[in-house]
Every structure is written in C-alpha cells, then in structure tokens.
Design a protein around this ligand. Structure first.
Ligand SMILES: [Zn+2]
Length: 212
C-alpha cells in the first residue's frame, strides 16, 4: 500500500512538482508573447487596408486577443460605424477605454450619445465631459476628435444611428455659444455648459460623416 502511494504521481495541476519546468517555460513563453502582442505598436499597419492580407489579419487578431488597446479601438470603431457586430464592437471599445486608451473613450462617448436614450446619452455626455475636465486627458480631446474624423473618412459609415437626425445634448434654453468652425485648438473657448460642449463635439464629428 505504502509502495503504491509512493509510486503514484501527483495530480498534474500541482504547481510544485519538479516535472513542471518544461510546461512553466512554455507558460512564460506564451505569456511573453501575449505581452508583446498587447504592447506592440500598430502605427505601421493601415487602419483600413486596401487589400486583405491574411497574415496581417491573423496578427491583428492575436493583438486583439491579447487586449492590445489600439487594435481593439480600430476594430471597435470600424465595426460599429460600418454596422457590423455592434455588440462586440462596443465591447472592444469599452475594453480599450478601460485600459486608458483615450481615442476609444472619446469614440465611446460619441457613440453613446448617438445611440441615445436617456441613460446612454447621459453616459456619453459624462464620458466626454470627464475627459475634458481631466488634467491628463484634457489636451488629448482635440487629437481624439481628429483621429476619429480621419478614421471615419476611410470607411463607409452605414450604421443608421449616425444617419438619423443629429442628437442634441443641451436641454437648456440659453444662448448657445456660436463659434465658427473649424477652430484651432488654441482658439476654442470651452463652453461652460456641459450639453453645449457635447453638442460641439457631435457637430464636428457629423461634419466628417459622409452623406449627411
Ligand atoms: Zn447648453
């Protein structure tokens, strides 16, 4: 009996068995690879490639699987605006925004406002105004807007939420700031009304949408 016990191997899940080293090595290699896919820059890859390249597609898929924020942002925006897999597109954007990707947070704010309904619209407005008030993100809002506009010009925006009447965020009756557009970031005098500030963002994005 004692011999039998001696001879029996430990459960494979035991992290302490000496024979785990090869699999540990494999584990670290895999997690290293995930880390690389998570952090790799996608600057050299076109957001909307002219030609489908399977190798690149597989690479980008691995990046998304490893939660690369830029890869998630691109997939989220392209899919949502072109009206494909909307739920997973929003998940991609939320995941990227939660990991601190400013472009994704900005795009989400805009999308929520367009989807509308009291709750989502408020959520979108809150997101945009938080960005504008954040010491770190404040200076990035204009860049996020520019990046989104550039991306929207590359794709065919088919999602009906962007083709419907433009949402209006400011519910107050007060004199709106009428600024001429386009404006330089330095010239922009921030609206003190949160709703008006969001309406300004919406207006700038709408100007980049085709067929409006
Ligand atoms: Zn207002």
């Amino acid at each position: 009996m004692a011999n039998e016990q001696k001879g029996s191997s430990r459960p494979p899940s035991s992290p302490f068995r000496p024979r785990c080293y090869p699999s540990c090595k494999l584990f670290y290699e895999v997690s290293d690879a995930n880390n690389i896919y998570h952090r790799v820059s996608l600057d050299k890859f076109e957001i909307v490639p002219w030609q489908k390249n399977d190798k690149v597609s597989r690479f980008l898929k691995k990046c998304r699987k490893s939660k690369n924020p830029e890869a998630l942002y691109r997939k989220g925006v392209v899919d949502y605006f072109t009206h494909k897999h909307e739920d997973s597109a929003l998940e991609c954007l939320e995941e990227a925004a939660n990991s601190g990707h400013a472009d994704a947070a900005y795009a989400l704010g805009i999308i929520y406002i367009f989807i509308g309904g009291d709750e989502l619209k408020r959520k979108g407005m809150r997101l945009l105004s938080r960005m504008k008030k954040s010491r770190i993100l404040k200076g990035k809002v204009k860049l996020c807007c520019d990046n989104l506009r550039v991306l929207l010009r590359m794709i065919w925006v088919k999602n009906p939420v962007f083709l419907n009447p433009t949402p209006i965020c400011c519910a107050m009756t007060h004199e709106r700031k009428t600024s001429s557009w386009p404006m330089d970031a330095d010239d922009v005098e921030e609206s003190t009304c949160e709703g008006c500030a969001c309406d300004e963002e919406i207006g700038v994005i709408c100007a980049a949408l085709p067929y409006r």
